[in-house]
Design a protein around this ligand. Structure first.
Ligand code: UD1
Length: 422
């Protein structure tokens, strides 16, 4: 199994290109199931999660081809000859549940395996199911699968989410585009990936208003057509690489970076003493003098501080001056990176959903292991700032969400390599 070896090598300088968002692409791809005409996505990231979604769509009868080395995905769901999303694919990736709404809306029936547990908490799908029920779906849970039917087609309804869920909002939004009548999604998620999905669906002919606010209104249409849509910039990849010069000093320009995607995160960087500037090509981040200051962080749905940047921010706080409190409010059990950071000399105490981090002068390289995607990258960031060699094992987590991580960091002067069988 591959590992990544990082050796602290001082300040970084240069540019890092930011790719299209994994999480946006994973919801845009199932949108192909809503139409018989082709959907083309440009600016797609090249990641193993995208391959998993490709395999899932192909198993349902969709055609998916990659152009320009995988940066363009051309999908066609002319005829779906299978309506069962199998456990063997779904268990690899929770986002697989996003095929449920589109398949049901288009053909009136779908069977999708329940995704099961996950390293960052229980993560149920009850909100996805309740939303589809509010649109007239009949659901049965049998043998680990959701059997969904809407014999006369879905019909518009009011869905009032008790808590904000990105995935449930996406599933409901896609399903509602082909439901009869009007659907209102209340307490909808406002993430940029939802806005991107709504824009793509509108290009396909959907009638949607209010994306990016708490209330999204969808007027169902009889059919959707084809479209070409560029995937929005990955705000989590952006935030992750913004932390690289923050943690080990220097100045790095993030190409394609947009401040509106990472507003709450930039406020925290500013408070920590890291400078963020808008440039013609993106965002420039620099830290020149001394250690950063500690800041407190609470994760929240967008536009709040993203849970997907919590682990990386913790890595920065490990080297800050003072004590910071990081509170995880979206997922239970999302501090698995803390014990690994402690192995690198960090001073962290975790009580339930709250981590208290007291910065140390210098982290020390160590062999570490992570159990999820964002935790893995937080260890790479910590390794950039550590003295000596950090070996990050289980690199397959990184391949799910970070394209060319070694090449991108090497390009700004980091000492980092990927090795097999160590
Ligand atoms: C998406 C992102 C993930 C990110 C998360 C929160 C994708 C592929 N993944 O995940 O990277 O960390 O948003 O920004 O886009 N919940 C329920 N019942 C449900 C659904 C969710 O109780 O049916 C709970 C979850 O356990 C969690 C909270 O709602 O506590 C938010 O989860 P949600 O926004 O749905 O996350 P995902 O869409 O799975």
């Amino acid at each position: 199994m591959d590992s990544i070896i990082v050796t602290g090598n001082g300040p970084l300088k240069g540019q890092i290109p930011i790719t299209g968002a994994k999480n946006a692409c994973l919801t845009l791809m199932p949108a192909t199931l809503l139409s018989e005409e082709p959907l083309t996505l440009t600016n797609a990231p090249r990641l193993s999660d995208i391959k998993t979604m490709t395999t899932l769509l192909q198993s349902l009868g969709a055609e998916v081809s990659q152009l320009q080395d995988g940066q363009v995905l051309v999908m066609s769901s002319h005829a779906l000859d299978n309506h069962v999303a199998d456990y063997d694919i779904v268990r690899k990736m929770r986002a697989s549940i996003l095929v449920l709404g589109p398949m049901l809306a288009r053909d009136g029936h779908a069977v999708v395996s329940l995704p099961g547990g996950c390293a960052i908490g229980a993560r149920p799908v009850d909100l996805h199911l309740k939303a589809l029920e509010a649109m007239g779906a009949e659901l049965e849970l049998k043998d680990g699968y959701v059997h969904a039917r809407a014999p006369g087609g879905l019909r518009g309804g009011v869905v009032d989410f008790p808590i904000v869920s990105v995935g449930a909002t996406e599933n409901a939004l896609m399903a509602a585009t082909l439901a009869k009548g009007t659907t209102v999604l209340k307490n909808a998620a406002r993430e940029p990936e939802i806005v991107d999905l709504a824009q793509c669906l509108r290009r396909m002919g959907a009638q949607i208003e209010g994306e990016g606010t708490h209330t999204i209104t969808i007027q169902g249409v009889d059919r959707l057509g084809g479209a070409t849509h560029p995937v929005v910039t990955d705000r989590i990849e952006l935030g992750t690489y913004m932390l690289a010069p923050a943690i080990c000093g220097g100045e790095v320009e993030l190409l394609g970076g947009r401040i509106d995607l990472v507003g709450a995160f930039c406020e925290k960087l500013d408070a920590a003493g890291v400078s963020v500037e808008e440039t013609a090509k993106g965002l420039k981040v620099s830290r020149k003098n001394g250690r950063v200051r500690s800041v407190d962080v609470v994760t929240e749905p967008f536009p709040g501080f993203p849970t997907d940047l919590q682990a990386q921010m913790m890595a920065l706080m490990c080297t800050a001056e003072g004590t910071s409190v990081l509170e995880e409010r979206i997922f239970e059990n999302r501090f698995m990176h803390a014990p690994e950071l402690i192995r690198m000399g960090a001073n962290i105490e975790v009580h339930g959903g709250v981590a208290t981090v007291t910065g140390v002068d210098r982290l020390k390289g160590a062999p570490v292991m992570a159990t999820d995607l964002r935790a893995s990258v937080s260890l790479i960031l910590a390794g950039l700032a550590a003295e000596g060699e950090t070996i990050v094992n289980r690199v397959y987590h990184l391949d799910r969400g970070y394209e060319h991580v070694v090449r991108k960091l090497e390009g700004v002067g980091a000492k980092i390599e990927r090795v097999s069988d160590r």
